[in-house]
Design a protein. Structure first.
Length: 518
């Protein structure tokens, strides 16, 4: 541990933070930036939406499945080494994505890009954890949290601007100069660290079991609406994920060098912090995704305009997260997490009144409130988890936190999306039934398309109707989309309130560090 503490001094650590933040920004940005480009990729390769969606899904699945494994490998073989390897892979894969000759090639390159991202992600946290002392760690992790949140939120803005102005290929090619500069800087500035007490044993059974459990879970959540949540495929995937989890726990209890030390979870603060990480992503990310759809499908905003509408949230986060991180160094994370989750819940509640008459201006205050809540949560959350795990096992702890956040993000998009879809189908079926002049064949086609999860294709059945009837059907769709979104937002609000209650299990400042570090 004395070896890692020696890294704390000097101004070099702030340059380490700059390099880490640049790489982190790319990883999170590429998780969301592709959404905007999917229609353009469809057109370029003459593919349907189901095929092109795998450009996004491949990244999510591989990324989620490998975070824990690669976080642990950083502790064993060197965090800088893993970070540089991941950054190099990510940069090369970005080039391959940008020059892809086909959709299949692009999907493969995205999978490779996710491997690089999964190597970098936990390494960024573990490097910061060993580089900064407790007096400055909260501020550094606050900046880390702000960068992650801003990258997620700015994905649609940057993606929309690049796609609308230049080409979808540029959303990948812009990573090249950033990746090359960050790679050179990291070689010069970041110092190597690893767990000096760790066995060189690689827990291959744990790797297989955890990868199986996380991949099956992520795949089921991503494809649940496509196959149907009660279909044999999805039920089988959930069962396989549960079996993988059980096998993982049994393997880890007997492993001489466990991939995930289960003793971490005996610490209530570590466990509570990870659950809060899952819930904040579950509650907020899905809503932001659905709000983007609402702005485009109902209000008719362009991709760029949609991104600019959402931008108050990440802008506020930029300022709040570092301050919250600094405060967590002084007062601990419990009350910051508690208040942040409640403020985020308030922001979602304020959002839950959207309608076809909603304007950009009316969304500013709710999004600012959400940004304040996210800013109050992200930095203390990371500090709480990392402080309650041994410094020498920072990579494993970072991998666990990153996995929980990623699972929360996938849960948010899939579960909230399914809830919106079910509400919309029920509401619109009722409203369309009140139009006797609407042909039953058209009504059935609209409902079937919406039931399959295709929100954009749902209105294609109305295209052949007379203008007046078509306008009526479209208006009903827009109105019921807003009603359904408001219902979904209230569910999200309760998830965030529950997260605030979980935050109360985090220890007060005076007790921090007495569990995980012992």
């Amino acid at each position: 541990m004395s070896q890692t503490r020696a890294l704390n001094g000097g101004s070099r650590r702030w340059w380490v933070l700059v390099v880490i933040s640049a790489a982190l920004f790319m990883v999170f940005l590429d998780a969301t930036i592709v959404n905007i480009a999917l229609p353009h990729i469809m057109k370029a390769f003459n593919e349907d939406i189901a095929s092109v969606e795998w450009v996004m899904n491949a990244y999510v699945l591989v990324f989620a499945a490998l975070l824990i494994t690669l976080g642990k490998l950083g502790d064993l073989f060197g965090r800088k080494r893993l970070f540089l390897s991941g950054l190099g892979i990510f940069t090369v894969a970005s080039l391959l994505c940008g020059v892809s000759p086909s959709n299949g090639f692009l999907i493969g390159a995205r999978g490779l890009q996710a491997i690089g991202g999964a190597a970098m992600m936990p390494a960024t946290l573990s490097i910061l954890n060993v580089t900064f002392s407790e007096g400055d760690r909260g501020l550094a992790l606050g900046i880390w949290g702000a960068v992650a949140g801003v990258a997620n939120a700015l994905g649609p803005v940057i993606g929309g601007t690049l796609v609308d102005t230049y080409s979808w290929r540029l959303i990948f090619l812009v990573n090249l100069p950033v990746g090359i500069i960050a790679l050179i800087a990291a070689i010069m500035i970041v110092r190597e660290s690893k767990d000096p007490k760790a066995s060189r044993y690689v827990d291959f059974p744990g790797v297989v079991a955890s990868t199986l459990a996380l991949f099956c879970l992520a795949y089921a959540l991503v494809e649940g609406q496509h196959y149907g949540w009660g279909s044999p495929t999805i039920i089988g995937l959930f069962a396989a994920s549960l079996a993988g989890l059980i096998a993982f726990v049994l393997v880890e209890r007997r492993s001489p060098g466990p991939l995930m030390p289960l003793g971490f979870f005996r610490d209530a603060t570590f466990s509570a912090g990870n659950v809060v990480g899952l819930l904040v992503m579950f509650g907020l990310l899905g809503i932001l995704f659905l709000l983007s759809l609402f702005l485009q499908l109902v209000l008719g905003f362009s991709a760029t305009q949609t991104g600019l509408t959402i931008i108050p949230m990440p802008v506020v986060m930029i300022f709040v997260a570092p301050v919250a991180g600094k405060m967590s160094d002084r007062i601990g994370g419990r009350w910051l997490l508690f208040s942040g989750m409640l403020v985020a819940a308030l922001g979602v509640y304020l959002l839950s009144g959207v309608s076809v008459a909603t304007t950009q201006t009316s969304l500013i205050l709710p999004l600012v409130v959400c940004g304040v809540g996210m800013g109050l949560v992200m930095a203390p959350l990371t500090a709480v988890v990392m402080e309650n795990a041994p410094v020498e096992a920072s990579g494993a702890a970072a991998g666990i936190l990153a996995t929980m956040r990623q699972v929360g993000a996938v849960l948010g998009i899939s579960v909230m999306g399914a809830l919106l879809q079910n509400q919309l189908v029920a509401n619109l079926t009722r409203e369309l039934a009140s139009l006797p002049q609407l042909p039953s064949m058209v009504r059935d086609k609209i409902v079937a398309a919406l039931s399959s999860g295709s929100l954009t294709a749902g209105m294609s059945g109305a295209s052949a109707l007379p203008a007046a009837m078509r306008d009526t059907v479209v208006r009903l769709f827009q109105e019921q989309f807003a009603v359904s979104l408001n219902t979904t937002m209230k569910v999200s609000m309760f998830i965030l309130v529950f997260g605030a209650l979980v935050a109360l299990f985090v220890r007060a400042k005076g007790l921090v560090g007495k569990g995980g570090r012992s």
